[in-house]
Design a protein around this ligand. Structure first.
Ligand code: NAD
Ligand code: UD1
Length: 343
């Protein structure tokens, strides 16, 4: 059974491709490599022992997407493709509205058109949303019923796409949509062959820490140590990308088992501070992580972690990997591939 992965060469898509193969599915990777490298396909083949089909192109091209859907007839689509840098979205909002919202519209139109031609195909879609849709949460842990808000155009794009998906499901009950709100994905494939490969200076904590450990950056700036948290630094729900990948398999299986559409958090339910991450990474790498306390980063919240109970109830899914494992796998990837896929 084929599953089409838009943005499947990216960080989360590539790990999900492996998990799908292990679960007996046949992933088809669709990507324009705007933020990924074709070498990912070689790594996928090395890990899984089989070639993975690639469709190189842009989700904004609706006619081409229709052609891809007609040729492969996937039983489901997972929509990862999009831009994800919060700071860039503030500077270039139209890029985010165009690629993220426009890409989702294009995909839904293509899926609708192909469904209209062959109504035996159930339009089945899993969407990569984010905990960013909770804005600055009033309390933790966060359940799916918390109010949504946005603080930047990236978050706004996720919120709009969630609403568009709900409207499409309301208009056509044939649709099955699983919306997954990721917390903070980190880690890498345990083989050390695949991992996160940010271009330029990483915005996110774990890749930055990894680059300090490998000697590419001098020190980490810890953005604030005066938050109302146990050690004063920001607390987040870091989740191993392998657990996240398993969550996508569970979501696809639930939708194919004719479950209703759903929206679930994918997190561990545990918060870790910036300094917890620094210490865990020092332990995993055996290297010191020099850091300096810097001012708070604009737009950051003090703490954010999931209540993942709904995902367990609906999908039978829960995260398994510890922070130590997240750091060990990140370190294996970073130390074997100090400059990522670019070599
Ligand atoms: P990523 O950048 O590694 O992967 C996205 C992939 O989509 C890339 O391979 C890119 O080349 C491709 N892409 C972008 N625009 C495209 C287009 N128009 N046509 C075809 N391909 C296109 O990002 P990721 O971390 O794997 O994130 C995947 C999804 O999960 C994104 O939608 C992101 O917003 C969401 N998400 C990510 C995080 C995170 O921390 N990584 C957190 C929450 C949500
Ligand atoms: C960020 C995004 C969020 C997105 C998520 C994806 C912002 C404001 N938010 O969330 O929309 O969904 O990534 O994973 O960008 N930190 C440091 N030093 C650093 C980097 C980070 O101290 O160099 C701290 C941050 O202040 C925060 C924690 O580490 O307390 C995690 O930061 P990060 O990895 O950027 O994730 P989020 O801020 O949770």
């Amino acid at each position: 059974m084929k599953i089409l992965l838009t943005g499947g060469a990216g960080y989360i898509g590539s790990h999900t491709a492996v998990a799908l193969i292990e679960a007996g599915f046949e992933p088809v990777v669709l990507d324009n490599f705007a933020n990924s490298h074709p070498l990912v396909l070689d790594r996928l083949a090395r890990i899984t022992g089989r070639p993975v089909s690639l469709e190189r192109g842009d989700v904004l091209d609706t006619a081409w997407l229709q052609d891809v859907l007609r040729r492969h007839r996937p039983v489901g689509v997972i929509h990862f493709a999009g831009d994800k840098a919060v700071g860039e979205s503030v500077a270039q909002p139209l890029k985010y509205f165009h690629n993220n919202i426009g890409g989702a519209v294009s995909l839904m139109r293509a899926m609708s058109a192909v469904h209209a031609e062959d109504t035996t195909l159930t339009p089945t879609l899993v969407f990569s949303s984010s905990a960013t849709v909770y804005g600055d949460p009033a309390s933790v842990p966060i359940t799916e019923s918390f109010p949504r808000s946005h603080t930047n155009p990236y978050g706004h794009s996720k919120l709009v796409i969630e609403d568009m998906l709900a409207a499409v499901c309301a208009a056509n009950p044939a649709w099955r949509v699983g919306t997954l709100r990721y917390f903070n994905p980190v880690g890498a494939h345990p083989s050390g062959l695949m991992g996160e490969d940010p271009s330029g200076i990483p915005n996110n904590l774990m890749p930055y820490v990894a680059q300090v450990a490998v000697g590419q950056r001098e020190h980490l700036n810890v953005y604030g140590n005066d938050y109302p948290t146990p050690d004063g630094t920001g607390v987040r729900d870091y989740i191993h990308v392998q657990d996240l990948a398993a969550g996508h398999v569970a979501a696809i299986q639930a939708l194919l088992g004719r479950s209703e559409s759903f929206t679930v958090n994918l997190g561990t339910g545990q918060g870790h501070s910036v300094l917890d991450v620094v210490h865990a990474f020092e332990k995993a790498s055996g290297r010191p992580i020099p850091y300096q306390i810097a001012p708070r980063r604009a737009g950051d919240v003090a703490q954010c972690w999931a209540d993942p109970a709904l995902a367990l109830r609906l999908l039978g899914w829960q995260a398994k990997h510890s922070l130590d494992e997240m750091c060990a796998d990140t370190w294996r990837w970073q130390s074997a591939n100090p400059t990522g896929y670019r070599g």
